[in-house]
Design a protein around this ligand. Structure first.
Ligand code: SF4
Length: 345
């Protein structure tokens, strides 16, 4: 049985020397830590940097986030995916305004009540900003901890997360909670790697690690088998009339709710079928300029898209027609569709 207190000093000594300089590392402002933690869910650090900077420049505090229009919010989030993260942040900001006079709550229990904030994010905010003894257990930390202990429990099981949190609690109760949280996250991200061989020779916990002793690091952590994704085929039309492109707003519910999209239909049409179909819809196509295929992968579904770039002689009022500049600057077009703008003829 591992004595978890043994990981404390090596982690605290390692972190200041070895961490990456990231914009959200030099603050204890709970709003800024919250924004970074939500953005970093499902998204790589490199991809988050630009979004983080823009988001805080536009929406510097809870007040600004609570007041922002949804279209503007989605535009700031455009390309990050999982757009409910942004919608929940706005809901949470409104809740903080109403229930806490606009001041970010300090207790773990109150933070956990905010929309979109789970145990991990609440732990990260409270330990980093308030030095509270609340371990933040995410995928990185679960990987480090199950390898250290040689634990073969399934990390997708909530009980495993709670077990790991209980292991860490006394380590946190001894203080330096901000540094402990960041050290564990950083170790998981840069040394005890998720893909590929962990850099055990650079690991401050090398001598304590069971997986290293047993050579079992490549079998840990244990995860549930992923479900197969549903595949959907689509024919997408990038319709241009003069300098304007035809777009439409998605439904208010479901995947990519309230974002903008190019006109598309289910199934894959050949070039001839695609041109006939769009002519029947009253767009008066004059020229099929280009055809490309692109597959966009969401967590549970995969869109296999065949896209046709068509210059139209007529407009159909079912679409909104906007200039390229406005399309880039004002309308939130998710990556699944934005990619077609980037590859236009
Ligand atoms: S010694 Fe290797 S496997 Fe063990 S925690 Fe460190 S990096 Fe991970």
């Amino acid at each position: 049985m591992m004595d978890w207190m043994e990981i404390r000093q090596p982690l605290l000594a390692w972190y200041p020397e070895h961490h990456r300089e990231l914009m959200w590392r030099n603050t204890k402002d709970p709003y800024k830590i919250w924004v970074s933690e939500i953005m970093l869910q499902q998204t790589r650090v490199e991809a988050v940097k630009g979004y983080y900077k823009r988001f805080l420049a536009d929406l510097p505090d809870v007040e600004a986030l609570a007041a922002v229009q949804e279209d503007r919010l989605l535009k700031l989030w455009e390309g990050l995916g999982y757009y409910n993260r942004a919608r929940n942040m706005k809901k949470a900001a409104c809740q903080i305004k109403e229930e806490h006079d606009g001041i970010f709550p300090r207790s773990y229990e109150e933070v956990l009540k905010l929309p979109g904030i789970g145990e991990y994010t609440a732990g990260a905010i409270c330990s980093i900003c308030y030095d509270s003894p609340c371990p933040a257990v995410d995928g990185n930390v679960l990987r480090v901890m199950t390898r250290l202990s040689g634990c073969f429990d399934n990390i997708d099981d909530q009980r495993t997360k709670h077990k790991v949190r209980d292991w860490l609690r006394p380590v946190y109760e001894a203080g330096d909670c901000c540094c402990l949280t960041q050290a564990l996250m950083e170790l998981g991200a840069t040394v005890c790697l998720p893909n590929g061989v962990p850099q055990c020779m650079d690991c401050p916990l090398f001598k304590l690690c069971q997986a290293n002793r047993d050579g079992t690091w490549d079998r840990l952590p244990v995860r549930r088998k992923k479900r197969d994704r549903r595949v959907e085929e689509k024919t997408v039309y990038i319709l241009r009339n003069g300098d304007d492109y035809g777009i439409r707003k998605r439904n208010a519910e479901g995947l990519l709710a309230n974002l903008w999209e190019f006109y598309h239909i289910e199934g894959t049409l050949s070039p001839q079928e695609a041109v006939h179909f769009i002519a029947d819809q009253g767009f008066g196509p004059v020229e099929l300029e280009k055809e490309i295929t692109y597959t966009h992968v969401f967590s549970h579904v995969e869109w296999r898209m065949t896209a046709y770039y068509i210059a139209c002689a007529a407009r159909n009022d079912t679409l909104k027609w906007v200039e390229r500049g406005a399309l880039s600057g004002e309308y939130a077009l998710p990556t699944a569709f934005r990619v077609f703008l980037e590859r236009e003829p």
